[in-house]
Design a protein around this ligand. Sequence first.
Ligand code: SAM
Length: 349
Amino acid sequence: MTPGFCITLSKADKPKGRTCVVLLTDSYGRPMRDLRISITDRCNFRCFYCKSAVFSNAKERAEILTFEEILRLARLFVGLGITKIRVTGGEPMVRRDVDRLIAELSRLPGLEDLALTTNGFNLAEKAVLLRANGLNRVTVSLDSLDGARFAAITKSNDFEKVLAGIHEAKRIGLEPVKVNCVLVRGFNEDEVVPFAEFSRQHDIAVRFIEFMPLDEQGQWNREKVVTGAEVLARLRERYEMVPVGKVNDHATSADYAFADAPGRIGLIMPVSVPFCGQCSRVRLTADGKIRTCLFSVIEHDVRTVLRSGADDSAVIEFITETVQKKERGHRINEPDFEPPPRSMSFIGG
Ligand code: SAM
């Protein structure tokens, strides 16, 4: 094992029932707790701010990690102190047998939290099976509560199915069910209050995410970003919003409750209030690249290491050395910011 990666954790960081040593820390002393695994670069939606309407740049199947490769890496990461895994994509639910992968991941000793991010198109049908297979919770992306606008944003007619999926996830206890809404000025910034009403009525957490420069077609610009501060001001015109303490030091959202109703609002503000200082995340792309930051311009090819026949200790060494290269923070607000070459759909949101 590469020396120098052991640190003592604060009480809040200490994983339940495990030793207080994390083996995976970056060069700034940040412990890595959270692994996001993209299991496919394909998506059945074409959200205008994320993915172009062409399939051509999806990878060949042979380039995509097999379930066995994903599980091996997940096991090694968990052995290094990762306690939370989020399965994402592309659209993870378009990959065949995703429920089998969830079942295998949920059995990893030491994993405390297994979550899924999905556009929700088939969640109503699959939620019970996913939960039975060990999924703890789900986040559903939904950018409009208006069916026609939803179709315009996603190029999909699955609006009702997505809503049904959210309600089914809530009904069967895939909690907390979170709804992620990316606000883009000129498209859906008028939906802050309708989403707040949705949250209050159904006791579901809605998180507003600032539009990030990660779109395939380069449409991002600062004017299109609806900041968290703007959202909060709009909410406060109508509701008494009560700040809620962070779940843990690494939480990415500023959370608010309504003084007079159930529901939660989260503000995720990577552009206006970067939260890199406490970042505990590592990403694995569907084609087997480790990304140490959502905005990394460099990827680390662990697939080649796996397929070269490396034993576990060699793979662990590759992972720990890669994490040492983790960026101090993203550079969205720097004049020389260079967006990553792949969109969110290919990186894994
Ligand atoms: N297909 C799944 C879904 O829709 O949730 C998982 C992948 S998707 C890329 C993950 C999240 O990234 C979605 O909530 C999506 O809205 C968000 N996203 C994609 N591009 C984004 C961008 N440029 N800025 C902010 N969020 C973005």
